[in-house]
Design a protein around this ligand. Sequence first.
Ligand code: FAD
Length: 401
Amino acid sequence: MDAYLSESHRALRSRIREFAEGEIAPVARELDETSRFPWENVRKMADLGLFGVSVPKEYGGLGLDYFSYILVIEELARVDASHAITVSAHSTLGSSPILNFGDEAQKRRYLPLLATGRVLAGFGLTEPGAGSDSAGTRTVATRVNGGYRITGNKIFITHAGVGEVFVVTAVTDRSAGARGITSFIVTKETTDREAAERVGVGHAPELEPFTPGVRAGKKEDKMGWRASDTRELILEDAEVPAENRLGAEGEGFINFMKTLDSGRIGIGALALGIAQGALDCILAAAPDARLRDSQGAQFTLADLATEVTAARHLVYHAAWLRERGEPYGHAAAMAKLYASELSVRAAATAIQLLGERGLLDEYPVERMLRDAKICEIGEGTSEIQRLVIARHLLREAGVGS
Ligand SMILES: Cc1cc2nc3c(=O)[nH]c(=O)nc-3n(C[C@H](O)[C@H](O)[C@H](O)COP(=O)(O)OP(=O)(O)OC[C@H]3O[C@@H](n4cnc5c(N)ncnc54)[C@H](O)[C@@H]3O)c2cc1C
């Protein structure tokens, strides 16, 4: 496996592991219980540069490769999925569309704030009638006074409350179907200004005036990823200047498809981290558990370790294809599908092997099970990954469109 990793990758992995075990592990349970956003650790992760791992240095990032980013997500998730999704949603969903599809002025205005973690970003795609079927977007952008007026309701948006910069999708030409969807950059003030000012990240006065008509809705009380902020993002006659259009009109759909392809490797890495964390908990409990004496339990452990290794191969292979500039959409879907479903199995297996101790909070495996389940839904459900993979196979066989 380490064939994929250079010396500097290994050093980065050690640094993040030390940070996660030292700073995240002690507070993860309390954050999960109270569903509190980890502002103090957001500040520490910003200081480490984790909000701009693969953003070029000229825009304030660390300028590392995509593989480094994947390792960061895996290591954070090994200890706590909420911290990992905070970095992942900000980086892949919020910042990368600006990096990949923005013009130079947009990059210069937003990326230095995002890559340094000064403010958090998000991505508003999902709507009440447009989840898996994202072409069903209802949010509409109408041209007015040289800009756009956008109205619509985005749901389940990571960072909709705590974040200040968002890429959102809206229909600019209803008659063009998916080709009539366009992306825009909008801003709003964080809902947690007091905490942001206390820790020194999360609010940027230089973004003012924020986009009129953009606000966060109520916070979701989720089963897992409880320390991550998830809310509605409401756009009511939001007035967006033309310079905030991201790419040309009609390019929104294809661009968010590319964003999601890449994001799926990140969620694969996140799920892999959870699975590895569950395996680590089993081994940590081994001296007290029946593991030493039960061949049945050892078979289960061996199968799980094999599956975790297989998942790591899938995730790293997808990242490797992306790094080389080769097509990677189907590999990303396979990595996300397998690692997500494995993370649920791994956490459930850990609970089973630990017995009653797995149900209590001595080991974080019950939190891991709740966190893992979301990996099968966010950034494309397992069913959608299967469709992506099957369509790729059929296309390759010359029988699909
Ligand atoms: C914690 C969390 C954070 C999120 N953050 C964001 C975010 O930051 N930005 C954002 O835009 N979205 C976000 N989402 C939304 C997420 O991307 C959607 O939940 C996901 O795409 C699924 O859409 P849906 O929930 O509307 O389910 P639906 O699309 O309604 O699907 C319901 C069920 O039907 C199945 N299904 C649907 N279509 C098909 C099909 N064609 N074939 C077979 N089965 C099908 C699905 O697999 C699923 O099992 C987040 C979700 C969660 C849970």
